[in-house]
Design a protein around this ligand. Structure first.
Ligand code: KIV
Length: 259
């Protein structure tokens, strides 16, 4: 087993697992000092490209951003989201996941879904491709973006899916917007690591989209906490730069070349 995966699994019931998304090198190099897991999420579709849904994200986009992220990641486990329609059956999933692993040198891939993707997960794991699952809101196929686990049958299905995925060999599962008590139950009943986003403190770890955390995005979801207002910081820096250029205060002699 990948040593970084082993280290993360060892945190179960002891220490929280710290995860964030990254889409480029400069950011991943900062996050790497603090994170256990860095996810190149297909959320980059909405965050960077203003796509209406993650359905529009392609394999090439994921590979290119992941290559950049890889350059900043030294110690964290790097996971790459497999985009929509790139893992419709075991054969397609294996071909595309191998390509992603080879081109990006990531440690694992993440797939959305429950029972339906079990044969796919089994195939990847059998071929030594570590897999992270994703349950709850599934942005690639979701029709209703409300929290999951309101009704008993939904709660039972999600718990069953989590157990099936664990049995199929995933090492971790992202739980997106899952009801608090259900997140607790899943976390308690699985030996693998649950990583929550909008799924309460009851998960083994937490993940947020980095642009939301630093206040660079316009997202307003209930589960987001903005730790800094980066939009404001960039805005005032650029305002100062503009003013100095207009007043000929920048560049100074020390920024210029002379024979
Ligand atoms: O794409 C993404 O960023 C994700 C996280 C929200 C878990 O899947």
């Amino acid at each position: 087993m990948n040593i970084k995966i082993k280290k993360i699994l060892n945190k179960k019931n002891k220490l929280k697992v710290i995860c964030l998304t990254a889409y480029s090198k400069n950011v991943s190099a900062i996050l790497d000092k603090h994170c256990d897991l860095i996810l190149v999420g297909d959320s980059l579709g909405s965050v960077l490209y203003d796509y209406k849904s993650t359905k529009e994200v392609t394999l090439d986009i994921m590979i290119n951003h992941s290559k950049s992220v890889r350059r900043g990641v030294k110690k964290s486990l790097m996971v790459v989201d497999m985009p929509y329609n790139t893992y419709r059956n075991p054969k397609e999933a294996l071909k595309n996941s191998r390509l992603v692993m080879k081109k990006t040198k990531c440690d694992a891939v993440k797939l959305e879904g429950g029972k339906k993707i079990i044969p796919i997960v089994k195939t990847l794991v059998k071929n030594k491709i570590p897999v992270m699952g994703h349950l709850g809101i599934l942005p690639q196929t979701e029709k209703k973006f409300t929290f999951k686990g309101k009704k008993l049958d939904e709660r039972n299905r999600i718990l069953k899916d989590a157990k099936l995925l664990e049995k199929a060999g995933i090492f971790s599962v992202a739980l997106e917007c899952i009801e608090t008590k259900l997140a607790k139950k899943i976390t308690q009943q699985l030996d693998i690591i649950t990583v929550g986003i909008g799924s309460s403190v009851n998960c083994d770890g937490q993940v947020l989209v980095i642009d939301d955390l630093i206040g660079l995005s316009q997202s307003k979801f209930k589960f987001i906490k903005k730790y800094i207002n980066m939009s404001q910081i960039i805005n005032s820096a650029v305002k100062k730069y503009k003013s100095e250029v207009l007043k000929k205060q920048f560049p100074k002699a020390k920024h210029s070349f002379k024979n």
